[in-house]
Design a protein around this ligand. Structure first.
Ligand code: PBG
Length: 323
């Protein structure tokens, strides 16, 4: 046979395959989301996320130490709060003596070199379980910005390095940039959830935080999964408003959006490999239906290949062990 182009030549041995490999994962790509809860020596597994725990601060610090030893050095912190700490205006979110801000200070204190990313959104603190202030069944945009501003400023004061507005209110990146700058926090970065879709894949996360909306859904602020051109509008706005990173969320069902933003913007692109994506692989692996480790590494690789150079993933620690 006279076949001139034989792509298999470059696959014939491990050494050659390695040489021509286009995408490589590194532990430095990962951000590990972590869940904190009140108490001492408390470790509570999230039922829908095997291997992922809500931890009290003492155990969280141990967990961070283990991750740092594996090379994972950025953590995105989320609080699980008792219903008694929640209210309509998420006031607990900027209580300097509250669990969350205490934890930020403690992590930065013990691990000054670690990057702490904080979540800016009302839902973990909201008695309505929404990311904004609710009135007459509507999510108010502009009044919510004021709450987000107080939250972000308090987080910066506690030592946050990166703030992650995950709320999808209009204008919040510009507003938060202004609040941070006026507070003297020019160095605090904003990783905006630029294209965040109204997704079924957030279910296990809402279990982890007991933060599911008490009524309705999030479709008036999170994006319609059917839309990609709209992601360009969201990304453009966040770029103009001063975002330092643009995030796509979820990741696996939205690889085209990751590529779209990577092709069109010169900021680092992040992708959030969300709770439901983690749960699917874990559940199938536990049933013996697929090889969990391989499915994990293949998924993470695909997210990076699509154009995300930062990956928020609950697999960070497990993948770091394999890298
Ligand atoms: C809400 C928020 C959500 C996640 C992070 N921040 C869920 C939601 O929008 O209801 C989801 C993360 C995950 O599923 O892993 N501000």
């Amino acid at each position: 046979m006279n076949i001139i182009r034989r792509p298999r030549r470059n696959r014939q041995s491990a050494v050659i395959r390695d040489m021509v490999q286009e995408t490589r994962l590194s532990v430095t790509d990962f951000i590990l989301p972590v869940f904190i809860m009140e108490g001492q020596n408390v470790r509570s597994e999230v039922a829908s996320m095997p291997g992922i725990y809500r931890l009290s601060l003492d155990l969280l610090l141990d967990e961070i130490q283990e991750c740092v030893d594996l090379g994972v050095k950025t953590f995105d912190l989320f609080p699980n709060l008792p219903e008694s700490k929640k209210d309509k205006y998420a006031t607990e979110s900027y209580n300097p003596d509250g669990l969350y801000l205490q934890a930020v200070r403690a992590i930065k204190d013990r691990f000054p070199e670690v990057m702490v990313m904080t979540d800016v959104a009302m839902d973990p603190y909201s008695s309505d379980g929404h990311d904004g202030i609710v009135e007459d069944g509507k999510i108010l945009n502009d009044p919510t910005l004021e709450v987000l501003g107080k939250m972000a400023l308090a987080q910066a004061q506690a030592g946050a390095n990166i703030i992650g507005p995950s709320d999808m209110m209009d204008g919040r990146v510009g507003y938060l940039r202004q609040v941070l700058d006026e507070g003297g926090f020019h160095e605090v970065a904003i990783m905006s959830y630029a294209a965040k879709y109204a997704s079924a894949f957030y279910g296990p996360f809402r279990d982890a935080l007991d933060s599911a909306p008490k009524f309705g859904d999030k479709k008036t602020y999170q994006m319609n999964p059917a839309n990609s051109r709209e992601a360009l509008i969201e990304a453009q706005l966040d770029f103009e408003e001063g975002a330092d990173f643009l995030m796509v969320k979820p990741a696996l069902a939205y690889l085209d959006i990751i590529k779209l933003l990577n092709d069109n913007f010169h900021l680092p692109i992040a992708a959030y490999n969300v709770s439901g994506e983690y749960a699917m692989i874990k559940a199938a692996a536990q049933n013996g239906w697929l090889d969990g480790e391989r499915a994990m590494m293949e998924s993470l690789m695909a997210i990076k290949r699509a154009g995300a150079n930062v990956i928020l993933t609950y697999f960070a620690k497990e993948a770091a062990r394999l890298l």
